[in-house]
Design a protein around this ligand. Structure first.
Ligand SMILES: C[S@@+](CC[C@H](N)C(=O)[O-])C[C@H]1O[C@@H](n2cnc3c(N)ncnc32)[C@H](O)[C@@H]1O
Length: 372
């Protein structure tokens, strides 16, 4: 059983998040027109969604615990008598952006609605009190499928409390058992056929928040560390064996280098980057070679999943100039390619660590080979 499939767990959670979205929206100054109502709902949903991502991160101790503590006692945040919950929440959310791969979650070009307005302190405190009190833990046990550290739930929540524009891109993600079935029928035969290859390369050209990427990472981790793979859903189907077993420390960069994603919606892609980064850190911890607790600010800073933000229907088919005419916003988006020059590797957690000896994190040029 996996709580992401259990409506008695997910429905009340989504209902409560909708209720808080309405409360936050009502607290944002505006008019009573339909357009303004939509604007305030969009802003409120951005705040509520990121609070859910923060709660998930706090529940897994990836960041310091502030929201689950009702935003109380953040050192140096408040001056006496001038507690500003909305400022405290924004600062606590900032903890999600300390890794180079996760710096985009609050970036105005990725999460525009978050910057379009602020809910009231009262509404934010009510949200924080709910996270500190009645809200369920987002770190849960599973007996099948992806563990809670995979961020499956926060991936699904984006589509549950998302805005209309994202719905227009058809963000409806694949259940884990369907993703596994597809990987059973594609990745396993590929691993068997290309067992002597150093990398089994995969791509999800419409990656969403990374459901397929996460499951592919899980399969590839098994393949590289054990040299074999058995189907998880298509039981009785073909297996793969005879791969070269490598130690987990060397397997991890290969897993990251084997999985590519492209996603047209910047915030959706930013969530995929967060999830894949954390999941890679989690794999290192389960293998026992990474020491200390798993935290966002200690995951190696060169461990960056390759999730580009782009229209995958046009990549490789049009020039950069043509692309910019169709998608001016995407063409100008910082960090759209994988670790291009516009990636800030000097995010607040400190200076980047030196690159690992295995150079797999090559720069991804979204317009590779197409003349300007
Ligand atoms: C149905 S979801 C699939 C998500 C993921 N592949 C999964 O299996 O869970 C489709 C995703 O494709 C994205 N998308 C739609 N058109 C796209 C395009 N032309 N290029 C890149 N991504 C696109 C949407 O924003 C959405 O997140």
């Amino acid at each position: 059983m996996n709580p992401v499939d259990d409506a008695t767990f997910t429905k009340p959670l989504v209902r409560a998040l909708h209720r808080h979205t309405d409360l936050l929206a009502d607290s944002i100054p505006g008019t009573n027109t339909h357009d303004d109502h939509q604007r305030r709902q969009r802003i409120a949903a951005a705040w509520v969604y990121l609070s859910a991502v923060l709660a998930w991160a706090e529940d897994h101790r990836l960041v310091d615990v502030w929201l689950r503590d009702g935003l109380k006692g953040m050192p140096g945040r408040f001056t006496a008598g001038h507690a500003r919950p909305v400022v405290a929440l924004a600062q606590a959310m900032g903890g999600l952006t300390v890794h180079p791969a996760t710096q985009w979650l609050m970036h105005p070009a990725y999460n525009q609605a978050l910057h379009e307005g602020s809910p009231s302190d009262g509404a934010v405190q009510a949200l924080a009190d709910w996270w500190a009190g009645d809200a369920p833990s987002l770190a849960y046990e599973t007996t099948a499928g992806p563990p809670s550290i995979s961020g499956w739930l926060i991936g699904d929540l984006l589509q549950s409390i998302t805005d209309e524009r994202r719905k227009g891109f058809a963000l409806a993600q694949t259940p884990w058992w369907v993703a596994d079935f597809i990987l059973d029928r594609t990745l396993i035969p590929a691993a068997d056929e290309f067992r002597r290859e150093r990398l089994i390369r995969t791509i999800d050209p419409t990656a969403g928040t990374g459901h397929m990427l996460i499951r592919a990472m899980d399969y590839l981790w098994e393949w590289y560390t054990t040299g074999s793979l058995r189907p998880r859903q298509a039981v009785g189907g073909p297996a793969a064996s005879g791969g070269t077993r490598i130690d987990p420390q060397h397997a991890l960069p290969r897993v990251v280098a084997s999985v590519d994603g492209v996603e047209i919606d910047p915030l959706t892609a930013a969530v995929a980057r967060l999830r894949c980064t954390v999941y890679a850190g989690h794999l290192a911890h389960t293998a026992g070679y990474a020491t200390g607790p798993l935290r966002l600010d200690t995951i190696p800073r060169d461990l960056i999943p390759r999730v580009g933000v782009a229209d995958s229907l046009l990549l490789g088919k049009v020039t950069k100039g043509e692309y910019a005419r169709v998608h001016p916003h995407l063409a100008a988006l910082p960090g759209a390619s994988f670790t291009g020059g516009d990636w800030n590797h000097d995010t607040p957690a400190g200076r980047p660590e030196p690159a690992p000896p295995v150079v797999l994190n090559r720069q991804l040029d979204l317009f590779d080979g197409i003349a300007a």
